[in-house]
Design a protein around this ligand. Sequence first.
Ligand code: PDD
Length: 279
Amino acid sequence: MEIGYFNGEFVPLEKPVIPIDERGHQFGDGIYEVIRVYKGNPFMLDEHIERLIRSGEAIKLPFTQTIDDFKLLIKQAIETSGLKECSVYLQITRGIAARGHLFPDVPVSITMTVREAKPISEDIRNKGVSTLLLEDERWANCYIKSLNLLPNILAKQKAHEAGCFEAILVRDGVVTEGSSSNVFYVKDGVVYTAPLTRHILPGITRIAVKKVLKTLELPLMEQQFHEEELLNADEVFITSTNSEVLPVVKINETVIGRGIPGDITSQIYHQFQELVSAL
Ligand code: PDD
């Protein structure tokens, strides 16, 4: 059963539990993680929790939980739900206090949901997706998985209204990432992706893809690239917890490669599935 959690209690998802003075919804003053669960096992849980803690420290969240506390909580939530193929959303905010910009001296709030996974359909996966290039209008610290996703959702909605699956963001001419994904391309057998700077989220699926590339003995270059390199690529794909490794076959009006998912992308996707099956 899909379930929710708020500050120590598992609750039905439809139960209204967030107080008006919760800083998550007043200020977006918090951070989050989305973790995919396969066969009841959370995928790359350590990496997700490490990133959660890094994000929390970056915004000075005063949480007292340890890595093990978070692991236990997430595993308890999955068990309580009884779901096997699901997705855990975990959010930590600066707590509940009368609205004021300064940090209040209160404990953090923890919210979680466990919901059925919504895998990308085979049809979409086999055809590949279209994307739209948009200006990256986000703040300078995109490495923090912050709740402030307004520019991301505006970009995703704009892409959707243009018939696209994802918006690929460009900052000062440099491609950063998708509105909710990391971006890779393949040219002459070499795989490229943006380096980890404060302008992109260090994706967990990106880490998984790096492992996969080692196994497949495919070279990876982590370097800045521009729109033109992406538009002239042999293959493009995006990665995220929800979309895993998803081929991109069109960017704006430009068809990528032969307009079908590329061979290297397919190999990477299949090897990614091996990591998942090993859980
Ligand atoms: N988003 N970049 C951004 C801006 C993202 O929001 C995400 C994921 C990623 C990929 O990260 P990962 O591989 O760890 O999922 C990159 C999540 C899934 C979301 O907001 O729903």
